[in-house]
Design a binder for this molecule. Structure first.
Ligand code: GLU
Length: 491
């Protein structure tokens, strides 16, 4: 029997959760859930200057908003706590000492001037800068003397010769010649350990079986594998997810698309749509079905089926999917999620809306066919919250209404009287519209003759929801008031 996998999402809390980071978290989550495994969250906050608590909170909130719940993490604790890298310093330094004693790490006393000169010389010769191993063979006595004399030093990994070959679960066999690497720094002169080093310490301590992360980390993998090996421990399976690219296959940039997950939440993308769309970034269910639940993802997700080449993050398609989710969810959910946007538009108060929630839901229902995001709902409802004597007439709606002349306005007045008792009686939309059509026919005119002035008086818009729905939403008094004021303003 296989032991259940343990995977981790390991963000650095130095900024908002990137949309690509959310995809990494999703694939880790789906992989673990489908195999009764554990999904861990580890906050890689070793960059003390750039890491903030606020950013960590934002990342946790972002994952929660997508429903990606972790099993162990900085807030939850777990068998391998702490899950915040900065709180694990003692273990890291312990491992550094162990590697040094075993001869896999050595102190380097090179000054920053010397290192800069080395780098510049390499650049001038069009070569990749590499540390030249100057302090590699310093004797223990010499090193000890320098340390006693108070010389600052970093701790470097003693890179063996040869190459590192591994099988990436997505990309297949990958080979790195060690000539491409160098004796990299594990612990800085200020005593703080570096990412590649602590990442391995913690993956080891936390029993991580699969490292699933973005392709940008592929270059770190040989360094990390070597560490696992020299520590005499089993190397986890690595899987590098393809890059998410923006328009035209270029690197995603803030100019084309928002890169932060929070921006999409703030724009009113349904979280379920975000999850679904992210699942398609590098993975496909069957090449056809685009809309599926997280359960289906969990059941079908295989690392081998993740693509190697970059995926295109297409905002247009993402927005289309948002609309599909928005229309398919229960109306009560759309109303709840639209609420903050409607409140932000300043039309009315929450208390007012809650006082007649069915009416608000009915209002939202009239918008669902025309929007893709919750944030688009307020603009579709603005007409409803305007004062009845001051509805904003859109230019086109007004021109449409006026072209039928005074007779049409007279008919509007007649219609107002005719419709009032029907609205008061609460006649349903379907029979109201049938009766209204009959009313138009009886008067021997074409539909637009009544409907265009009517629509303008009720909403000030040239198009929109069914007339009967508009009147039902406004109710008898407000409909009557709008018809009276409309007829007066159009006269
Ligand atoms: N802290 C690294 C990052 O945010 C994690 C990389 C990894 O998953 O190993 O990119």
């Amino acid at each position: 029997m296989h032991t259940p996998p343990r995977v981790r999402f390991a963000p650095s809390p130095t900024g908002p959760l990137h949309i690509g980071g959310a995809r990494t978290a999703l694939f880790n989550w789906a992989f673990a859930k489908g195999r009764a495994g554990a999904f861990l969250l580890r906050s890689e906050d070793t960059d003390r200057e750039r890491s903030t608590e606020e950013s960590e909170r934002g990342i946790l909130d972002g994952l929660r908003s997508l429903g990606l719940q972790w099993d162990e993490g900085p807030d939850l604790g777990g068998p391998h706590a702490p899950y915040r890298q900065s709180e694990r310093l003692e273990t890291h330094l312990g491992t550094a000492g162990q590697l040094r004693r075993a001869g896999w790490a050595y102190p380097c006393f090179c000054t920053s001037e010397r290192l800069t000169a080395l780098r510049e010389a390499a650049q001038a010769a069009k070569q990749t800068p590499r540390y030249d191993g100057h302090c590699r063979d310093l004797s223990d006595e010499d090193a000890a003397a320098k340390i006693t004399a108070g010389e600052r030093f970093t701790l470097r990994f003693k890179l063996p010769e040869g190459e590192t070959v591994f099988t990436d679960a997505i990309r297949g066999e990958v080979t790195f010649a060690h000539e491409e690497l160098d004796d990299w720094i594990m612990v800085r002169a200020d005593g703080s350990p570096t990412y590649n080093f602590v990442c391995v310490c913690d993956d080891l301590a936390m029993g991580i079986t699969h490292v699933i992360r973005g392709e940008e980390h592929l270059v770190n993998t040989p360094k990390q594998i070597l560490l696992f090996q020299v520590l005499g421990r089993e190397v986890p399976t690595f899987a590098h997810l393809p890059l998410m690219l923006g328009k035209g296959g270029k690197k995603m940039s803030k100019r084309d698309n928002d890169t932060a997950l929070a921006a999409y939440i703030a724009q009113g993308f349904p979280p379920e749509a975000i999850l679904n769309y992210l699942a398609l970034q590098g993975w496909a269910l069957d090449g056809e079905t685009e809309i599926f639940t997280p359960e289906v993802l969990v059941e079908n997700f295989r690392l081998e089926n993740v693509g190697k080449s970059g995926s295109i993050f297409d905002l247009e398609k993402f927005s289309w999917m948002a609309g599909e989710y928005l229309r398919a969810e229960p109306l009560s959910q759309t109303a709840e999620r639209a609420l903050p946007f409607v409140l932000a538009a300043g039309f009315t108060t929450e208390a007012e809306l809650r006082a007649d929630w069915p009416q608000f839901e009915a209002a939202v229902a009239t918008t669902r066919e025309r929007v893709r995001l919750y944030s688009e709902i307020p603009a579709q409802l603005a007409w409803l919250y305007e004062a009845d004597d001051a509805v904003t007439f859109d230019e086109k709606a007004e021109a449409n209404a006026r072209k039928h002349g005074a007779e049409a306005l007279a008919l509007l007045g007649e219609f107002a009287e005719w419709v009032a008792p029907r609205l008061t009686a609460g006649e349903d939309a379907e029979s109201l519209i049938t009766a209204t059509k009959a009313f138009v026919k009886e008067h021997g005119v074409k539909f637009p003759f009544l409907f265009q002035p009517l629509r303008c008086a009720l909403t000030g818009k040239p198009g929109g929801p069914e007339i009967a729905d508009l009147m039902a939403l406004l109710g008898p008094e407000r409909t009557a008031a709008r018809l009276t004021h409309g007829a007066r303003r159009l006269a």
